[in-house]
Design a protein around this ligand. Structure first.
Ligand code: RVP
Length: 496
């Protein structure tokens, strides 16, 4: 007879945190949300941590290079989606690694024989008033001059006047040379009262522009997640089919961590994939695996060498795996059981293998619950899909805006490798839907709010680190009646 669990499996909405004593030093400013991403030995430093416990889902509609840049700048990490050609995915990784905060590849360049009219047209198109004048009009051509608004007077300068006649020529420009640090570039901007500083290489070819206005933006991102060479950190998804070609391309492109993307990770395919990577790269390439929902799945992947384990089946907002196949488990129960297994494994072996709660976050406070239940970090799809930085279209629906969001198991994504059980190379039936989510603005604005809620709750619970929070948090199940009590009730709400 089949094994029957005694308890029903539960989800985040069924739990609340009970406050602990808030000490006087448990204030949000003292809370650190730094969290380990990959396995490490007791007493040693984790080789890869994030500054906030949020990572973006391995999905076409969520994690491209734009998302990865925006999230790493806030201290989190994206896993660039795998359901695309290898070279295209590697290019996205390269784009993130090439990104230098504050150093911008100019999108406004013209040639010296173009005219003021071209300047005005370009300005209208890009909204940028500083234009680099290069020999061939490209963003990497030989820099011959700069044009800013102060170089012409609309009422006096004829529209057909050649750029070369009114630009500030290279000989009069203050510029930086390639290799300059951002803080040196900013010092030059301040010392010479500039609005922008072009950076050229030894052949006078334009490399970047540094703008005064970006200085403040950089200061606003103190949690930015950087590698040892000060490049943004980025992850990438892989599958258990083409990993022998995909992994080398991603590693070469600079991916800092990989993750096998699968709806059900308790499989020999995953073991083979992890072991191949570990052998091929002498254990140096970090790879997470999953998804699992129990102790057995966790231990299997950990023993295969996984650097972290992802938890969750069927709880994703766009996921219909439970309806289609009848497999899955409540997300809260899964995280609690796997976290217990991780702690036991740590006690027995002295090796800590972080776990990631993947999917099913509806409210911001669910993130905090997931941490209290033992998750080291949290993967979100729907949450990030709503922001400006997600790769999907924004549409107007009635009086509000929405963004598209589709599952990897939908006919739109056709990521058959994610649902592969060794059969034919195709998606036999859908396990995900194609949908819209309410548009919510910029990633940074939303993440800042979620992080301050998280910190505030941790203070209520008397914890200033995630590790302390996991150890001391107290969770209570709530009855369905008390769930109703949780929202505004018995009042007539004013229209907002
Ligand atoms: P959510 O944040 O609730 O939108 O869930 C995102 C997660 O859902 C992903 O990280 C992935 O594990 C899962 N997913 C992605 N596609 C599908 C599907 O088509 N069923 N599910």
């Amino acid at each position: 007879m089949a094994y029957l669990y005694n308890e029903p499996s539960r989800t985040f909405n069924e739990y609340l945190l009970v406050p602990n004593l808030t000490k006087k030093d448990s204030v949000p400013d003292n809370v650190s949300l730094k969290t380990p991403i990959v396995r490490y030995k007791k007493g040693e430093q984790c080789p890869l941590s994030t500054n906030i416990p949020l990572v973006s889902a391995i999905m076409q509609s969520v994690s491209d290079s734009n998302m990865a840049i925006a999230l790493a700048r806030c201290g989190g990490l994206s896993f660039v989606f795998v359901s695309q050609p290898i070279e295209q995915q590697a290019e996205m990784v390269r784009k993130v690694k090439k990104y230098k905060a504050g150093f911008v590849v100019s999108d406004s360049c013209l040639k010296p024989d173009q005219t003021l009219k071209d300047v005005l047209n370009l300005k209208a198109r890009t909204g940028h008033s500083t234009i680099a004048v290069t020999e061939d009009g490209s963003s990497t051509g030989k820099l011959l001059g700069l044009i800013a608004s102060r170089d012409y007077r609309l009422s006096r300068t004829p529209l057909d006047k050649k750029i070369s006649e009114f630009m500030t020529p290279f000989s009069s420009l203050i510029y930086g040379t390639e290799g300059i640090t951002l803080s040196e570039a900013n010092d030059m901007i301040w010392d010479h009262k500039l609005n922008s500083l072009p950076i050229v290489n030894k052949d006078q070819l334009l490399v970047y522009m540094v703008f005064r206005k970006d200085y403040d933006a950089h200061k606003e991102n103190p949690l930015e997640l950087l590698d040892q060479s000060k490049r943004l950190v980025v992850g990438a998804g892989i599958n258990t089919r083409d990993y022998k070609e995909r992994v080398p391309a991603l590693v070469k492109a600079g991916a800092d961590v990989l993750c096998i993307d699968s709806s059900d990770g308790y499989s020999e395919w995953q073991k083979d994939t992890i072991q191949w990577i570990k052998q091929e790269y002498n254990g140096e390439v970090k790879v997470g695996a999953g998804n699992v929902v129990d102790k057995e799945g966790f231990l299997y992947l950990v023993n295969a060498g996984a650097d972290f384990v992802k938890v969750g089946i069927g709880g994703g907002s766009i996921c219909i795996t439970r309806e289609q196949k009848g497999i899955g488990r409540g997300q809260a129960t899964s995280v609690i059981e796997v976290a217990k297994a991780r702690n036991e494994y740590f006690k027995e072996t002295g090796i800590y293998v972080p776990i990631c709660s993947d999917g099913g976050i509806v409210h911001d406070y669910h993130m905090t619950l997931a941490l209290a239940m033992g998750a080291d970090f949290i993967m979100l799809g729907r949450y990030f899909a709503r922001f400006d930085e997600s790769p999907t279209r924004r549409l107007k629906m009635g009086s509000s805006y929405v963004k598209e969001y589709w599952g990897e198991g939908s006919n739109r994504a056709r990521n058959w490798e994610r649902y592969d059980t060794g059969g034919e190379e195709r998606l036999e039936f859908e396990e995900g839907v194609d949908s819209y989510v309410p548009y919510a603005g910029s990633l940074k604005d939303n993440v800042d709010i979620a992080i301050s809620k998280m910190k505030s709750t941790m203070c209520n619970c008397g914890a200033v680190t995630i590790e302390e929070f996991q150890k001391t948090a107290r969770l209570t199940l709530v009855s369905s009646t008390s769930i109703i009590e949780g929202g505004a009730h018995d009042v007539i709400l004013k229209e907002s």
